[in-house]
Write a protein of this length. Structure first.
Length: 295
């Protein structure tokens, strides 16, 4: 094992070992959970690794090349560890996983065997099964600049650089009615034109769905109410009265970037690129054929 702790290596060489496995799971909302297959809880790196979670892992597949390292974790759903409603809400999607081989008699003797993230997660019959993907999984994603008319950046990211905390681009309030976790009715509010939040985000700030968000499909007035509709329902219960944040949206057009956000210097599209019709058009069949413009 590369980089193996010297004391742990000496312990393994004795042939009579007191080792176990420990996992740390870090969700994107900042929650960190620890698990171990030992019969008692362990503690290191500021994390308590609980022994009463029923979590276990299959053998880790690792290679020296660039192929994806992977394994699977199996466990029971419980109120004290991983709950079904949290899985349903997507709180474990993309969570970071670290796995150690640990001498449970001296937790300073440990070796980090695996680091990656949760991939596909399945649940049934009071249990769950999670695919764990190694760090090389990221190499499977295509990268590179896309040459297209619309902007390829995400509003507020490192390429866009727009500060979403800029006054006038967000509003925090509570809905008076919610339909199917997808359509949100608000009392009429000023300061934001109809459509201002279309393509933006609705973020839940408290309640059972705290931290979840959805992309806004429509933003407009119906009668005296401002109505926000999401593309997909939120994956946890959200109720009238819960605090919500509406963030302005961008439709990726150059005009929107220039006038709505005053951020055209960071526009990541190519608004003047010729379309496919121009590139495959035939020579004119009439008029002057002198090599000049087709127009």
């Amino acid at each position: 094992m590369s980089g193996l702790n010297a004391e742990l290596h000496a312990h393994l060489q004795t042939g009579v070992t007191t080792t176990c496995r420990a996992w740390a799971l870090a969700r994107k909302d900042g929650t960190v959970l620890g698990f171990t297959d030992h019969d008692g809880s362990l503690q290191f790196d500021g994390i308590t690794f609980r022994a009463d979670t029923g979590l276990s892992a299959l053998a880790i597949q690792q290679t020296t090349g660039l192929s994806v390292d992977n394994t699977e974790a199996l466990g029971a759903l419980s109120d004290v560890s991983i709950r079904e409603e949290d899985i349903e809400a997507g709180r474990y999607d993309g969570a970071e996983i670290r796995a150690w081989l640990v001498n449970w008699q001296d937790v300073r003797q440990r070796h980090l065997q695996f680091r990656g993230s949760i991939g596909e997660l399945r649940r049934s019959g009071g249990a769950f099964e999670a695919e764990l993907r190694g760090l090389t999984e990221a190499l499977n994603r295509p990268l590179g600049r896309v040459f297209q008319k619309p902007c390829s950046a995400v509003l507020g990211d490192g390429a866009c650089t727009f500060d979403m905390a800029t006054p006038g681009y967000a509003n925090e309030l509570a809905a008076v009615q919610i339909d199917a976790r997808r359509v949100f009715h608000f009392e009429a509010f000023g300061g934001f034109d109809a459509g201002w939040f279309q393509h933006g985000q609705l973020i839940v700030l408290d309640g059972a769905a705290k931290g979840l968000s959805g992309v806004i499909k429509r933003d407009g007035m119906i009668g005296v109410q401002r109505v926000i509709e999401l593309w997909h329902p939120l994956r946890a219960d959200v109720r009238a009265g819960d605090s919500l944040r509406l963030q302005a949206g961008c439709d990726k057009r150059a005009l929107t970037c220039r006038l709505k956000f005053q951020n055209f210097a960071n526009y990541q599209g190519f608004p003047d690129i010729p379309g496919d019709d121009w590139s495959i058009s035939d020579p004119a069949k009439s008029g002057s054929l002198n090599g000049g413009s087709r127009r």
